[in-house]
Ligand binder design. Structure first.
Ligand code: NDP
Ligand code: PYC
Length: 345
C-alpha cells in the first residue's frame, strides 16, 4: 500500500514524465506537459496539477491528440503575428517553440501576437504568461474551451470556461499575474468538488432544467455560470471571437461538437498578445516599471493582496519543503505509470 509522500519538484517531474513517455508521448510533448502539470502542483493549483494527467491520457487514447506531434513554426518576415501549428499535439510544446521568435518580434515592434492553431489545451495559462514576463514584456493570453457555460440570460451551455490571463514584468519581484476562468470557477474545480463529495457554493451553476444547483453532478449535466454576470459573459464571448474565430480555429460549441464529450481535453487554438511597456511609454513622462511599482505598493498598502501572491508563496514552500501528495494521488501516479493508456477508459 503506497503512503503519502513528500517529493522534491525534480522527483515529481521524473514520475510525471515517466508516465507520459511510457504512454507513448514523444519527448517534446512529454517534457512540455510535465512542466505545466508539475508547476500546477508546485504552486498549489490542484485543478490543473497531476489530476489532469488522466484526462490527457484519455485524450491520447481516444485519438483526439497526436502524442508524437512536432509543432511547426510559421514565420512571415516583417509580420508581428508569429504562428505555430501544434500539428494536433498539446499547446504547451507549441508555445515553447514559438516563444523566442514571438518575444523578439514583440521587443522589435512593441506589440506582437503568438497564434497557436490546432492544439489540445487543458492547462493553466499562468506558466505561459510568466514565461513572457521573463522576457521583460507584458502579456495577455486567452483561449476557448468547450461549451459548458450559459451566457448570462441564457440557460444552456454555449461558451467555454475560457481562461484569461495577464502578466506585467517586475524588475525586482515576481511578476504581476492574474489568470482565471471567465466562468465563476474552472470546471476542474467542479470535478474536484464532485470527487470529494462537497457541495458547490451558490451561484456557480444551473442544472439541466436551468435551475440553480449546488450539486456537482447536476452542474456537470447542466451549465456553469459566467463570473460577474453580463461582464464575464461578454469577456467569454470576446475570447470566442479573438482566440477562436479570428485565428481560424474552433469556438467552444464547435469543440464540443467535434469531441462529443467534456471528458477529453479540448482541441482549439490559443492567442497570446505581447506588449513592450518601454515601447508604449516611450516619449511619455515617467518610467512605466517604477510607476507600476507605486500602484502595486498602493494596492498592498490597503491590505489587499496581489493576484498570484498565494501561488508564489506556495511555490516557495514547495521549493524548500517539497510537494506533499496524498496516498490516493501516489497510488494513481504509480497506476498510470504501470498501466499507461490501459489505466484510462
Ligand atoms: P481562481 O479563481 O482560483 O484565481 C484567479 C486569479 O485570481 C488567480 O490569479 C489568483 O491568484 C487570483 N486571486 C484569487 N483570490 C484573490 C484575492 N483575494 N486577491 C487577489 N487575487 C486573487 O482561478 P479559476 O478557478 O478561475 O481558474 C483556475 C485556473 O484554471 C487558471 O489557471 C486557468 O488558466 C485555468 N483554466 C484553464 C482552462 C483551459 O481551458 N485551459 C479553462 C478554465 C480555467 P492566486 O493563484 O495567487 O490565488
Ligand atoms: O478547468 O474549466 C476548466 C478547464 C477546461 C479545460 C481545461 N480546463
Amino acid at each position: 500500500m503506497a503512503q503519502s509522500l513528500t517529493l522534491t519538484i525534480t522527483a515529481l517531474r521524473e514520475r510525471v514524465e515517466a508516465i507520459f513517455l511510457n504512454a507513448g508521448l514523444n519527448p517534446v510533448q512529454a517534457t512540455a506537459l510535465t512542466t505545466v502539470i508539475v508547476a500546477g502542483e508546485r504552486d498549489a493549483c490542484k485543478s490543473h496539477g497531476i489530476y489532469r494527467i488522466e484526462g490527457a491520457l484519455r485524450t491520447v487514447k481516444a485519438g483526439k491528440v497526436d502524442p508524437r506531434a512536432i509543432p511547426e513554426l510559421q514565420l512571415n518576415e516583417g509580420s508581428a503575428i508569429v504562428k505555430v501549428n501544434a500539428k494536433r499535439g498539446f499547446a504547451n510544446a507549441a508555445f515553447e517553440l514559438g516563444l523566442p521568435a514571438f518575444a523578439k518580434r514583440t521587443s522589435e515592434f512593441g506589440l506582437a501576437a503568438l497564434v497557436i492553431n490546432d492544439c489540445t489545451h487543458f492547462s493553466a495559462l499562468w506558466p505561459e504568461v510568466e514565461a513572457v514576463t521573463k522576457e521583460g514584456l507584458a502579456a495577455l493570453v486567452m483561449c476557448p474551451s468547450y461549451a459548458t457555460v450559459a451566457p448570462t440570460g441564457g440557460n444552456k451551455p454555449l461558451l467555454g470556461t475560457n481562461p484569461f490571463a495577464f502578466g506585467w514584468p517586475r524588475k525586482d519581484a515576481a511578476p504581476y499575474v492574474f489568470d482565471f476562468a471567465t466562468s465563476v470557477a474552472a470546471r476542474g474545480e467542479i470535478e474536484l468538488h464532485r470527487r470529494s463529495g462537497r457541495s458547490l457554493p451558490q451561484g456557480w451553476a444551473i442544472d439541466a432544467e436551468g435551475n440553480p444547483t449546488t450539486e456537482p453532478e447536476a452542474a456537470l449535466a447542466g451549465a456553469m455560470l459566467p463570473f460577474g454576470g453580463h461582464k464575464g459573459s461578454a469577456i467569454g464571448t470576446m475570447i470566442e471571437l479573438l482566440a477562436g474565430i479570428m485565428i481560424g480555429d474552433l469556438t467552444s460549441p464547435e469543440v464540443l461538437d467535434y469531441l462529443g464529450t467534456t471528458t477529453l481535453a479540448p482541441f482549439h487554438g490559443e492567442l497570446i498578445i505581447g506588449m513592450s511597456p518601454e515601447a508604449f511609454a516611450a516619449g511619455r513622462p515617467g518610467d512605466p516599471f517604477a510607476r507600476a511599482e507605486k500602484l502595486f505598493d498602493a494596492i498592498v498598502g490597503q491590505g489587499a493582496r496581489l493576484p498570484s501572491q498565494r501561488r508564489f508563496a506556495a511555490r516557495q514552500t514547495s521549493e524548500t519543503q517539497g510537494i506533499i501528495l496524498t496516498e490516493a494521488e501516489v497510488e494513481q501516479l504509480d497506476r498510470l505509470r504501470e498501466l499507461g493508456l490501459e489505466a484510462v477508459s
